[in-house]
Design a protein around this ligand. Structure first.
Ligand code: PYR
Length: 320
């Protein structure tokens, strides 16, 4: 059986971490792509030299030409510029939109059958533009944000409750920005919803509000600490869980930026919602019931995302 081919478009900090994780998890062969000569080749060789120690047989190569990604089963896109302290993800829109145009053309030509996971920010607008530029099916172009935001939420909750992260489930919906919607009602410790845990005296409403805010600011907190770029370990781990769900047809239920064509009353927009990922890509979009206040927060998050996609169309009118 042929091994999976996984192309990483962008070989910066997330790209390198992705390559290493793919090796350690034996998910397939890796092609690292970057426009910077030597970086993908150097990272690929470095990780390949760790493979005898860690016992994996993934082949890792680095390329500067899109031809190298030909026939990829999965492409994970991190190409573009990360934010620096003081910047919001939205400040990256103009520069990263141009990058998405080039990446989209590369995918269209060399990997039209791939499952594409976009990580580039501002996420929801960039994945929307990437789908348009590439012309790949909407089921096969998806954005990574909800898994990351939910993982941050789960980690903070596990710390608060002093329980294993494994027993905390959480959902964050909406756009990957300040307006994201951590879903308190749908988040649990071993099945016990957070509002019940407040009643049981495990935490307070005020403490939960602080955790929700820390989750919303999760990316900015890391940018502020690193000073030279944005997070990479948690974003890479999150994208890997999506790639694995596709490659192993796991039918995982994950919050992802998916294309909505009427679900939740939203059209022609990518935004974070729970989806089922399996061999068919995004096989199902799950429409959960929202309370009035959740609906209001979700609507304002969708409006923020739609403002960004309109800004993309203003820059590149052929996207409309
Ligand atoms: C984040 O850390 O939230 C990114 O978007 C990379």
């Amino acid at each position: 059986m042929a091994r999976n081919k996984i192309a990483l478009i962008g070989s910066g900090m997330i790209g390198g971490t992705l390559a290493h994780m793919i090796g350690l998890k034996d998910l397939g062969d890796v092609v690292l792509f970057d426009i910077a000569e030597g970086i993908p080749q150097g990272k690929g060789l470095d990780i390949a030299q760790s493979s005898p120690v860690d016992g994996f047989d993934s082949r890792l190569t680095g390329v500067n030409d899109y031809a190298g990604i030909e026939g990829a089963d999965v492409c994970i896109v991190t190409a573009g510029v990360p934010r620096k302290p003081g910047m919001s993800r939205d400040d990256l829109l103009g520069i990263n939109l141009k990058v998405m145009e080039q990446v989209g053309a590369g995918l269209k030509k060399y990997a039209p059958k791939a499952f594409v996971i976009c990580i580039t920010n501002p996420l929801d607008a960039m994945v929307w533009a990437l789908q348009k530029f590439s012309g790949l099916p909407k089921t096969h172009v998806v954005g990574m944000a909800g898994v990351l935001d939910s993982s941050r939420f789960r980690y903070f909750l596990a710390e608060e409750f002093k329980v294993s992260v494994e027993d905390v489930t959480a959902f964050v919906l909406g756009g990957h920005g300040d307006s994201m919607v951590p879903m308190i009602r749908y988040s649990t410790v071993a099945g016990i919803p957070l509002p019940d845990l407040v009643k049981m005296g495990w935490t307070s409403k005020e403490k939960l509000d602080q955790i929700v805010q820390r989750t919303r600011d999760g990316g900015a907190e890391i940018v502020g600490l690193l000073k030279t770029g944005s997070a990479y370990y948690a974003p890479a781990a999150s994208a890997i869980s999506m790639a694995e769900a596709y490659l192993k047809d796991k039918k995982r239920v994950l919050p992802c930026a998916a294309h909505l064509s009427g679900q939740y009353g939203v059209k022609n927009t990518y935004v974070g919602v729970p989806v089922v990922i399996g061999a068919g890509g995004v096989e199902r979009i799950i429409e959960i019931e929202l309370s009035k206040s959740e609906q209001k927060m979700f609507d304002s998050s969708v409006a923020a995302v739609q403002g960004l996609t309109e800004a993309c169309v203003n820059i590149a009118p052929h996207l409309s």
